[in-house]
Design a protein around this ligand. Structure first.
Ligand SMILES: [Zn+2]
Length: 419
């Protein structure tokens, strides 16, 4: 019997196939990355989604596009409005197979139209382009790994649900429901395709992330003739920000960051509107609950001032994904799998968040940086390391082989979630 660190016959077949597929994976990712799919470019997202769905139709799976629900945003005027985004792409295969998994990834990028749209071969084994690493390259790797697995003899042992989202970079507010539902449909583990670091390092424990918008209303008045009749929303906002920043350092691993105060008024008017936008990060569920309680306390204090009232929107939209027993067991298994192809994969804890948080919150242990290796993501210097397409597709194919032949016991890992 082979161990996790050995290559089986099926592993060797996947290696040959994915080595040959390298030029095609690079070409496909370049082709996908020229489409602008900035998170707010709804027309671009809608135009690209069918192309992505067509590519995934190469799998032995039912692929469909689904409109996500509208979600709330708070404007600079303090008003709440509904926002829509592109379609969610879902695929489902073999729902009665013994091992069920969820795979996920996003097809939006952080780049609005016109900001960063060219792809340049840097000539040193790297390609610069929007989404080449984060994460159209990752989606390409997911697809090729699944195709390689389905070409082998163990196809019937694994069923999967894939969720590809149009809104990860802005918080998965429209697609969290789809991710949660797919995760809860019997998935034992999750595989998400955020880029690995340039060195190959992957993400370990992740903090949880909150976003809040607090709208504060005061009372306008002429600053010269009747200053005393005014109630400054800006002053209340400033006090709130001081309070928030003062929470930093009060509890291990919990941070608050005020990003913006919007609103205000001309200097001769007492300002009657301010919108405070801020984020919080917390390492575990108890810390997140503490952070949320503190935010609500500060909000209550701000709105207790005479003439000030307000609204609080938001919260921990991505719960923490701590390195619990199930996560560590999965990381160990992925590490051992990497050893079979000469990789020494390291898992590094991070304050960053992704769909892996949402899938963990739905009760499914997961590894979320299975995508290509790259760097400088979220900047115009984003690049992918071309040789990593084969390496990372092969890593996923080997994980699938191990799940199928029992070398990797997904059920045993999931059972550790409750401990
Ligand atoms: Zn990403």
């Amino acid at each position: 019997m082979n161990t996790l660190t050995d290559l089986s016959r099926e592993d060797a077949a996947a290696r040959e196939r994915l080595t040959d597929a390298l030029p095609q994976m690079i070409a496909r990712t370049r082709d996908w990355s020229v489409h602008n799919t900035g998170s707010f470019n709804v027309a671009g997202l809608k135009a690209f989604a069918p192309k992505l769905a067509d590519a995934f139709a190469e799998l032995d799976a039912a692929v469909r596009l689904e409109a996500g629900p509208a979600f709330e945003t708070v404007g600079a005027n303090g008003q709440v409005s509904e926002m829509e985004t592109g379609p969610i792409i879902r695929a489902e295969a073999r729902p009665s197979a013994p091992v069920q998994i969820i795979l996920s990834g996003h097809y939006d990028t952080v780049f609005p139209p016109g900001q960063f749209e060219t792809i340049r071969d840097l000539g040193d084994g790297r390609i610069n382009g929007p989404g080449m690493a984060d994460m159209k390259g990752g989606l390409c790797v997911m697809l090729e790994a699944l195709k390689a697995f389905e070409a082998g003899p163990m196809k019937d042992r694994i069923g999967y649900r894939i969720v590809m989202t149009p809104d990860e970079e802005i918080g998965n507010f429209a697609s969290n429901g789809a991710l949660t539902e797919a995760a809860r449909s019997g998935a034992l583990i999750g595989m998400t395709y955020e880029p690995g670091m340039e060195t190959g390092a992957m993400s370990g424990g992740r903090k949880g992330s909150a976003v809040y918008d607090i709208v504060l209303h005061g009372r306008a008045a002429h600053a010269g003739r009747a200053k005393e009749e005014g109630r400054s929303a800006l002053l209340a906002a400033a006090e709130l920000v001081m309070g928030l920043e003062g929470l930093n350092g009060q509890r291990d691993g919990v941070t608050f960051n005020a990003g913006a105060i919007e609103g205000g008024a001309p200097v001769n008017i007492v300002p009657d509107l301010a919108v405070v936008r801020f984020g919080a990060r917390a390492p575990d569920a108890e810390a997140a609950a503490w952070a949320d309680t503190e935010v609500r306390r500060l909000f209550a204090r701000a709105t207790a001032h005479d003439g000030i009232h307000g609204h609080l929107h938001g919260g921990f939209y991505r719960p923490p994904k701590p390195r619990n027993g199930a996560q560590q067991a999965l990381f160990d298994a992925v590490h051992a799998t990497g050893r079979a192809i000469g990789l020494d994969l390291e898992f590094v804890d991070t304050g960053g968040v992704c769909e892996g948080n949402n899938i963990f919150a739905a009760g499914v242990p997961n590894v979320d940086t299975l995508g290509v290796r790259g760097g400088r993501i979220h900047s115009n210097e984003e690049f992918v390391i071309t040789e990593s397409f084969t390496e990372r597709a092969l890593l996923s194919a080997l994980i699938l082989n191990r799940l199928a032949d029992g070398r990797l016991n997904a059920r045993a890992i999931k059972d550790l979630m409750g401990r």
